[in-house]
Design a protein around this ligand. Structure first.
Ligand code: SF4
Ligand code: SF4
Ligand code: SF4
Length: 564
């Protein structure tokens, strides 16, 4: 099957799609989802469930566009839910718009539904079948083929309304025409892929809307001009009970209708257990039947107004004109892929790894996407799930890890609430403050222990502080503190590192250095004094010598002048 596309990048591990998948056909691998083709029934619920739009149905508008641009005549057949999707109860406005888009013509697949329901009536009338299961919903057909193989023989061996209508159109327009189905169903795409030569493409309403928008055509046809059209009984097919509602009944036979995948599964289990007999059961995968189909526009799906509107178009005993007999038979195959089942010992082993050592530990909370821990353990064994998808397990693991970190941290950790009461304190706090090991901190005002100024500042600013050094005088301790504001939990957390030893060593070194500097200063001062004294002594001697020599020089000069 190539109908669902799961986009890895968008998946955010929320498991919502797994919770919604009634047949658990989604595997979680490397933190993203993968569809398990052999289990998937294409109900489309994972597509609707995913808040990240990571699961999408295949878009076929590109090949349909190419067909519309080719020389081939392309015919549209539209599901009877059209009236609620597009507006008027009449088909005329939508038909005209489809022809504007390039379709050669457009028809209602309710015409094919009429052929199918007549064959259902014939099957019941034959009287040789105890239980007959409708085969008009392709998701239900996949459900029975893949998950209830023993019930395959109970399926009415007939084409779906889409296939019957395609057969009718092929007979009218020949094998060269192209036929495109339009409706709310994702599973129809697979049915179309599986029966080449009947329907070329199955578009959903959102794909058709995209084609309308790109051709500047409206997607809401309320108020479009239309002529009155006759009501047709088989237009009730998209409603819960719509199939049996338009059938002529046999008095001795029961007619039941079931919609919604879980309800279908429950009904099939009942049938498997042999509790139902002599009945025709209409089974529809979607809650609200096709009117609640995955590709009805979001605001229309499951609205009661839609059901009333569709019922209105079918409120008659008249139906489509009879057609020359068409062969509508088809066969179904069991396609059950039995996944390997673990032994009880293997299940218990996985449960133990999940921290489920006794039944009381099995919370069956469903957050992993599986209804029970046991079901989850089986999925782990089968490679569909992994151990980290268990939220209570991960929480416990994270708590025990954080407990270990907090209680073994050499630094004090102190959390204080907005009333400045201690909510959490670890063992290191008592060590650092030099208090007895069994000191109880929680519940006390932080001001009993230390100045609360920084806590108040962190609460009012909502900001973290950088590491800063503080002296806690009453404990004679130097600490480095960081204040973390945790607004979500209304706490301020103080991380405190004891730096007393380092700080005292630093101060003592600083003191020694200061003393050394002082001694050096004293020595220098003394030396300077001596130098000055020497200098002044040297200065006096030089002056006296200079005076003596000058006198001597003058005396010699005078003596020379006296000579003849
Ligand atoms: S719903 Fe599924 S696919 Fe979407 S984000 Fe959640 S786990 Fe992923
Ligand atoms: S389409 Fe349905 S069956 Fe398939 S994976 Fe999604 S929810 Fe499951
Ligand atoms: S109920 Fe209709 S829309 Fe839903 S899966 Fe079946 S056929 Fe498709």
């Amino acid at each position: 099957m190539d109908v669902l596309r799961f986009q890895k990048a968008n998946c955010k591990d929320c498991y919502k799609c797994i919770r919604r998948c009634a047949v658990k056909a989604i595997a979680m691998r490397d933190h993203h989802t993968e569809v398990i083709d052999e289990d998937c029934v294409l109900c489309g619920r994972c597509v609707l469930a995913c808040p990240q739009y990571a699961n999408q149905a295949r878009w076929d508008i590109q090949p349909v566009r190419q067909l519309l641009q080719s020389d081939k005549p392309v015919y549209a057949m539209v599901a009877p839910s059209f009236s609620f999707q597009y507006g008027p109860d009449e088909f005329g406005p939508l038909r005209r718009q489809l022809m504007t888009l390039g379709f050669a013509d457009a028809f209602e697949s309710a015409e094919g539904a009429c052929l199918v329901k007549t064959q259902y009536e014939n099957l019941v009338a034959q009287g040789d079948r105890d239980v007959i299961l409708s085969s008009c919903c392709p998701a239900v057909v996949l459900l029975i083929e893949r998950h209830f193989p023993s019930l395959v023989p109970l399926l009415a061996p007939l084409l779906s309304p889409m296939q019957a209508e395609a057969k009718l159109l092929r007979r009218r327009f020949g094998p060269d025409a192209a036929i495109v189905y339009i409706g709310s169903c994702i599973a129809a795409k697979n049915e179309c892929d599986q029966t080449p030569g009947l329907t070329d493409y199955a578009l959903t309403y959102d794909e058709l809307n995209a084609l309308f928008v790109s051709n500047k055509l409206p997607v809401d046809l309320h108020g479009a001009q239309c002529s009155p059209e006759p009501r047709r009984r088989s237009r009730s097919f998209p409603l819960p009970g719509g199939v049996i509602g338009c059938m002529n009944k046999q008095e001795d036979y029961s007619y039941l209708s079931v919609d919604g995948l879980e309800n279908c599964i429950a009904a099939l289990n009942e049938i498997k257990a042999g509790r139902l007999h002599h009945c025709f059961i209409e089974l529809r995968s979607c809650t609200g039947s096709c009117a609640g189909g995955p590709k009805m526009s979001a605001d229309a799906r499951n609205r009661l107004e839609g059901r009333i509107r569709i019922a209105h178009t079918a409120d008659t005993l008249e139906d489509f004109p009879p057609q020359p007999t068409l062969p509508l038979e088809r066969t179904f195959q069991p396609r059950y892929a039995q996944a390997k089942m673990p032994t009880e010992e293997e299940i218990q082993d996985i449960l133990r790894k999940l921290g489920k050592n006794s039944p009381a530990d099995e919370l069956n909370c469903g957050t992993c996407g599986y209804s029970t821990c046991r079901e989850k353990a089986i999925a782990i064994f089968q490679g569909k799930a992994d151990i980290t998808m268990c939220l209570p397990y991960m929480k416990k693991r994270a708590e025990s890890l954080s407990d270990k970190i907090i209680s073994n941290s050499p630094n004090a950790i102190l959390a204080v609430d907005s009333a400045l009461r201690i909510k959490l304190a670890n063992r290191a706090l008592a060590d650092i403050l030099g208090l007895p090991e069994d000191t109880v901190f929680t519940g006390r005002q932080v001001s009993d222990l230390m100045d609360d100024f920084e806590f108040i500042t962190a609460f009012s600013s909502g900001e973290h502080t950088k590491a800063r050094k503080t002296y806690l005088e009453q404990y004679d301790k130097y600490v480095e503190q960081v204040f973390i504001s945790d607004e979500n939990n209304n706490l301020v957390i103080c991380l405190m590192k004891d730096i007393t030893q380092a700080e005292k060593t630093r101060l003592s070194l600083q003191k020694t250095k200061s003393e050394a500097i002082e001694i050096t200063d004293q020595i220098i001062a003394k030396q300077m004094r001596i130098v000055h004294e020497i200098a002044s002594l040297l200065g006096e001697t030089a002056a006296e010598t200079k005076v003596a020599l000058t006198q001597l020089k003058n005396t010699v000069a005078m003596e020379e002048e006296k000579l003849p």
